[in-house]
Design a protein around this ligand. Sequence first.
Ligand code: KG4
Ligand code: ZN
Length: 348
Amino acid sequence: MKFDKVLSIETSCDDTSIAIVKSDGFVLAQSSANQDLYHKDYGGIVPEIAGRNHSIQLLPLIESCLQKANLEWSDIPGIAVTNRPGLMGSLLVGVITAKTLALAKNIPYIGINHLEGHLLAPFLCDDRYKPPSGFNYPYVALAVSGGHSQIYLVKGFGEYQILGKTIDDAAGEAFDKFAKMVGLGFPGGAIVDKMAKEGDIKKYNYPRPMIKDKTINMSFSGLKAAAKRQIEKLSIAEIKSECVHLCASYQEAIVDVLIAKLNLAVNQVGAISGVVLTGGVSANSRLRNRAEEWASQNNLTLAVPPIRYCTDNAAMIGYAGVQRLNLGEFSEQSLAPSPKVYPGDFHV
Ligand code: KG4
Ligand code: ZN
């Protein structure tokens, strides 16, 4: 195997991350910087600020990652970088850095589809995480974050079929917009999760959009609108005193839809024994518990990678990259970032 490891770069949104990953998925080191503090006052990710922070943080993170792994540039045979999909200004910083380093160090590099990274995250391993035993292709994966909500059938490396997706907002966006409405800040998913632990899931009756629909597609904008209409009727004091119940009831609606759609996907595909939860929303404790319950009732092996490999991270990009380089693929210096996936990335 020509590439025993790669250095990987992830800057598709607001997380700056560098990793060094071996060809078997073992993560030698990962160094990441989160930008939440810089965006929270704006109630959303500001692309200009995200790009600026990547350009400041990237080179020091590369140095720190090499140091953590106790490696030098001469030990690195290739580079992987997310070049799609994502925010153009953010992707640009990673792609330009990768191609410049590849040229300077005279090593190959490869542009990677960020979503392929999420789908391979369950196979990463390190001193603290190993994939569940017997977990293998094919499997069904639910990828839910601030920017995406899709269910895939992963048939093998490079063979990804989209079974269904949100037709409007992503699940993370539904959490974040709700958190903003009830005054919990941005990004609010984790705070809603925390508040919901104290609340009554049945106190408020939120819609479960498309839950009975025969397709695996999802929708969260109607739920968000229903919450807005209902919250507008409450005084600030009522929102405060009811917040835990509002959070619990709203979160339950999202989790109900996600589990129902996962169930539909598994039934539709048949002959599946493994299911993956990935993306920032898979940090949600209620979703994790409900998914575990559902998986054990249905004799399925559930893989939920640790949060460091669920949220945006470079390790998953490195694992996709090292496998592609070993298959003889590489990118030319003309590689450009792309806000969208390439037409051939997924089968519908
Ligand atoms: O994957 P990620 O770090 O970045 C991208 O959006 O690609 O996901 C961030 C999203 C945000 O919407 C955040 O609110 C949500 O994941 N999130 C959560 C939790 N932790 C993060 N949503 C619900 N419950 C959580 N515990
Ligand atoms: Zn992501």
